[in-house]
Design a binder for this molecule. Structure first.
Ligand code: CU
Length: 292
């Protein structure tokens, strides 16, 4: 009996921890211009409940849809992280459309529609947003004509991770790419090995290690030349040092390096004298010019 009670209690806590509470953002402050929001993370932008778009003789139809957003809807699209429950919508042009947007994740999501006429929607979009699990509603009147509109979550990488759909008025103006389950992904990830190894140039990726990469290339170039000279010189040196002891060989190299050092000193001396002469010439010329 006691164990049964314990199991029951455990089950209750486990299920209550899992259940998400959808908060209804239905008391929004109207900021005018179709912009409504509350302090709980709910926002509507580009709302239009009564202005008839140019080219529409009136409201063609009145429709309501519920768009669910969440990680769980991406499960049927391998490799995707977020998604809407439905990826494609179609309405008659000039339809008055109310969208009930439900975010079922604990991260912020949006349902943003792009490409709307700016004379009616200053940002060219209709936008619904909820920060936490919650519901928000917004209305717009779709423009005339047959067009395909992008519907997505505008948060960084949420569209690329799958939260993307399309809305067509009439038969639309074609399909958008990378709509999960509708059109092929622009960048299709695979599990197949690459046909050949691709080396990524770190300088082109970060733009930070350019100098290091260049130095490395220079160093490896110098090293290769050094090795080549060494290999070419080996037979000559072998003949030269034949029968000599290590001490004699090292004495030879010490002498050679001393000679090289002397040569370098002389070269520097010549260079310094040349530079000072040049400076003198420039100074005297300047003096002559200022004296005139
Ligand atoms: Cu999102």
């Amino acid at each position: 009996m006691r164990s049964l009670l314990l199991t029951g209690l455990l089950f209750f806590f486990a299920s209550s921890a899992h259940a998400i509470k959808i908060e209804d953002h239905d008391k929004l402050m109207d900021h005018g211009g179709g912009h409504l929001m509350d302090m709980g993370g709910g926002m509507v932008m580009g709302q239009n409940i009564d202005r008839i778009p140019d080219g529409c003789s009136g409201i063609a139809a009145t429709k309501e849809i519920t768009v669910h957003a969440g990680h769980k809807y991406a499960k049927k699209f391998p490799g995707r992280m977020y998604a809407f429950d439905v990826q494609e919508y179609q309405f008659k042009p000039c339809t008055k459309l109310t969208i009930h947007f439900i975010n079922e994740d604990s991260v912020r999501h949006q349902c943003t529609m792009h490409g709307l006429p700016k004379y009616m929607y200053p940002k060219g979009m209709s936008h619904l947003e909820v920060t936490r699990p919650g519901k928000i509603s917004g209305t717009l009147i779709l423009p005339p004509g047959e067009k395909t509109y992008l519907v997505h979550c505008d948060l960084a990488q949420h569209m690329e991770k799958g939260m993307k759909g399309q809305l067509k008025t009439g038969s639309g103006s074609g399909d958008l790419p990378s709509i999960p389950g509708v059109t092929p992904f622009v960048i299709q990830d695979t599990y197949d090995p690459l046909p050949e190894r691709v080396v990524v140039d770190s300088s082109s990726v970060a733009g930070l290690s350019t100098t290091t990469t260049n130095n490395e290339t220079l160093m490896s170039g110098v090293t290769i030349i050094g090795i080549a000279i060494g290999l070419l010189m080996t037979p000559f040196l072998m003949r030269k040092f034949k029968g000599m002891s290590i001490a004699e060989i090292s004495a030879y190299f010490i002498g050679l390096s001393k000679q090289l050092l002397e040569l370098l000193k002389k070269l520097i001396g010549i260079l310094m004298r040349l530079i000072s002469k040049l400076i003198q010439m420039v100074v005297s010329q300047k003096k002559a010019l200022t004296d005139k």
